[in-house]
Write a protein that binds this ligand. Structure first.
Ligand SMILES: C[N+](C)(C)CCCC[C@H](N)C(=O)O
Length: 289
């Protein structure tokens, strides 16, 4: 099993993660809280109330888990392609896989991803939604969760082991098709501006990675909103009966626009994050042969 892909996936994921986390926090807050008027309002309030650190809430678990999650995921993608087309990454420029194979490998990764990712994503979302400043004025109540481990243990105790997988079904529906779209967009854009058999240039990889991120997030946003709301519901003791119920009641209460909450900030985040992720992934792999 090609080990380089796992390591390349890890390093590139970590770079993308740090870069994108502040945008991600604003997105999660806009999707699940109704106190902000928009992106700028959310940024200003977060900064005033919680300082720059507020934007990095919930990042430690993703950073700790990205090694496992992203390396396994790029590995799953690449090894599915290997199984489907019998070509390793070194041979894929000379014998490019068909788009349908790329799509299937992307979807497979999306499906596998959910089970590695769901609890980490849930904890991230819960911590990102804590708006208490770090230095609390004396006498004010402490935040609900003291940190990622405390958050995990509390959810386990209060909501049961299944509580840790809240929103996992919405995450499956979000990620399976959209990761197929992600890799197909990336491959298609790379092939448009690269001569047959050649490696894409760094500029091509950046642009193709950036647009692949935007395209997949644009399609993923409605289910992203639902996923975040289901993840927060356990805390508020608001019971949705499932994905469909959450969709219907969110749309009834807030209009159809609710499904596009966070789309702008997410696209602004997706371009640099995925440009950097693909660039570092491709170049790490190339430099190792
Ligand atoms: C499939 N979906 C749209 C959910 C994400 C695709 C991009 C993944 C990347 N790590 C990022 O965070 O942007």
């Amino acid at each position: 099993m090609p080990v380089e892909e796992f390591v390349a996936g890890w390093i590139s994921g970590a770079l993308g993660l740090v870069l994108g986390h502040p945008f991600d926090t604003v997105k999660v807050r806009l999707q699940t809280q109704t106190t902000y008027r928009g992106i700028i309002d959310c940024m200003v309030k977060t900064y005033h109330h919680e300082s720059l650190l507020g934007f990095f809430k919930g990042m430690s678990f993703p950073i700790a888990s990205i090694a496992m999650v992203n390396s396994v995921l790029f590995g799953v993608y690449s090894n599915t392609l290997l199984a489907l087309t019998a070509t390793a990454h070194q041979e894929r420029r000379a014998q490019p896989p068909s788009y349908i194979h790329v799509f299937i490998a992307g979807c497979t990764r999306g499906f596998v991803q959910v089970y590695c990712l769901a609890p980490f994503d849930l904890i991230k979302v819960r911590l990102q939604n804590q708006t208490e400043p770090r230095a609390r004025p004396p006498g004010s109540p402490p935040p609900r969760y003291r940190g990622p481990v405390h958050c995990a243990v509390s959810i386990f105790q209060e909501e049961g082991p299944r509580g840790l997988f809240r929103g996992a079904w919405a995450l499956t529906l979000r990620d399976t098709p959209t990761l197929g779209i992600y890799f197909v967009t990336y491959e298609w854009l790379c092939r448009q501006s690269t001569r047959d058999g050649q490696d894409p240039s760094p500029a091509t990889v950046l642009v193709a990675g950036g647009f692949a991120g935007i395209a997949s997030w644009a399609v993923a946003t409605p289910l992203d909103v639902i996923k975040s709301r289901l993840q927060m519901a356990g805390l508020k003791r608001r019971a949705y009966r499932g994905v469909l119920d959450c969709m219907v009641s969110s749309a009834r209460q807030e209009g159809l626009g609710v499904f596009f909450r966070g789309l702008t900030i997410n696209s602004a985040r997706a371009f640099p994050v995925n440009a950097v992720t693909f660039l570092s992934y491709e170049y790490l792999l190339r430099s190792w042969g």
